[in-house]
Design a protein around this ligand. Structure first.
Ligand code: FMN
Length: 356
């Protein structure tokens, strides 16, 4: 099942496991690569040392190519780029583009740059900045997300850019893969579906909540950090919605300090990153102030296993998922179901025209 995307990434199947903070660890990425997909290590919530260890662990468990996701506004962003080059990872992903010079440095080192975008104008801009491919994430996708549904965004972006596209937001099976290919994508990228696998490190209590939640309870809120994020509606989100402005401010400062400690940077360096983020014009002052909320609130549910005391980022597709396969079972089923779906379309079309 080769497409322009598999050629670019060097994987067997056009199926990407996207980066998810606290979730996409070395074990998940290696399992995805071994199954023939392409995994991204979630570097945005890691220190430089943790990313390097993650890269070494993936290489020890798999010969398959893989990528690293990072956030360009963390103080150690350039060190992460150095690491990716030194260890010759196949690809990097990001949602806010590094400078054109950094993208050029990565590309000169032979690393594929594949950002995630949620709007057509961001896709066009990403390609102008040097992206080799893009992941387009429709509004039904988990975590930070846009307002345009995948079924609208995909053809819109396909008509606007020429590089390979992986479609994200709402995918979980082979039928989705065929649908995405038919609409002009070169593959699919999935977060939530990979979160709900045996190899995902998310504690069982939290996985159970995902398995039990219907699609209409997976909502978008700006309450975490001022940007639209899709997550499972729970009591913690309700408390955030009811909190006073002062309460939110105190929480943001606390989380900012905790995030700078966790990523191994000094407070000054973290503030410097926040200033750069604000100056870029992408975020308002309030959004910049709250930027660290998200990773810290997610950690409570996804790492500590307290699903009622934290945020559970999720695509709406969790509402259609009721099993926890191994990654190998998942990828193999997607591929065989896609082949069946493609054949079934041919049969449907032929049967219809024969009976005309
Ligand atoms: C738990 C969770 C954490 C996420 N963390 C990140 C992240 O750290 N960086 C990122 O670029 N995207 C992140 N995302 C977005 C995913 O990478 C992906 O684009 C999205 O899940 C695709 O939609 P789907 O959930 O319908 O498959 C996250 C999504 C989830 C569900």
């Amino acid at each position: 099942m080769q497409t322009q995307l598999t050629k670019l990434l060097g994987c067997r199947y056009p199926v990407i496991q996207t980066a998810m903070g606290w979730v996409a660890d070395a074990r998940l990425v290696a399992a995805t690569g071994n199954a023939g997909g392409f995994g991204f290590l979630a570097g945005a919530v890691m220190t430089t040392e943790e990313i390097e260890q993650g890269i070494l662990d993936i290489k020890a468990a798999s010969d398959a190519p893989f990528g690293v996701n990072f956030h360009m506004y963390v103080p150690h962003a350039e060190q992460i780029v150095d690491l990716c080059i030194e260890h010759q990872v196949r690809a990097v992903s990001y949602s806010r583009s590094p400078s054109a010079a950094t993208v050029e440095r990565l590309k000169t080192a032979g690393i594929v740059c594949i950002p995630t975008v949620g709007a057509k104008r961001h896709a066009v801009k990403a390609v102008e900045m040097g992206a080799d491919a893009v992941v387009i994430q429709g509004g039904e996708g988990g975590g930070h997300t846009g307002s345009v549904a995948t079924s609208i965004l995909l053809p819109q972006v396909r008509d606007a850019i020429d590089v390979p596209i992986a479609a994200a937001g709402g995918f979980r099976d082979g039928r989705g893969l065929v649908a995405a290919l038919a609409m002009g994508a070169d593959g699919i990228a999935m977060g939530t579906r990979f979160l709900l696998t045996q190899e995902s490190p998310v504690p069982e209590a939290t996985k159970l909540i995902y398995l039990r939640t219907p699609p209409e309870k997976i909502v978008v809120s700006t309450r975490l950090d001022g940007l639209p994020q899709r997550m499972i509606a729970n009591a913690y989100l309700d408390r955030l919605i009811r909190a006073s402005q002062l309460g939110l401010l105190v929480r943001a400062v606390k989380n900012g300090l905790a995030f700078s400690r966790m990523t191994g940077g000094s407070l000054i360096a973290t503030l410097g990153g926040a200033w750069k983020m604000y100056r870029s014009g992408d975020l308002s002052f309030g959004q910049t102030l709250m930027a660290a909320n998200s990773p810290m609130m997610i950690q409570e549910a996804m790492v500590k296993g307290n699903p009622h005391d934290g945020i559970l980022p999720s695509g709406q597709v969790a509402g259609l998922i009721d099993d926890l396969p191994t990654v190998a079972e998942l990828v193999a089923t997607i591929v065989s179901d896609a082949e069946t779906a493609a054949r079934s379309i041919q049969t449907t079309v032929c049967t219809t025209s024969n009976s005309d």
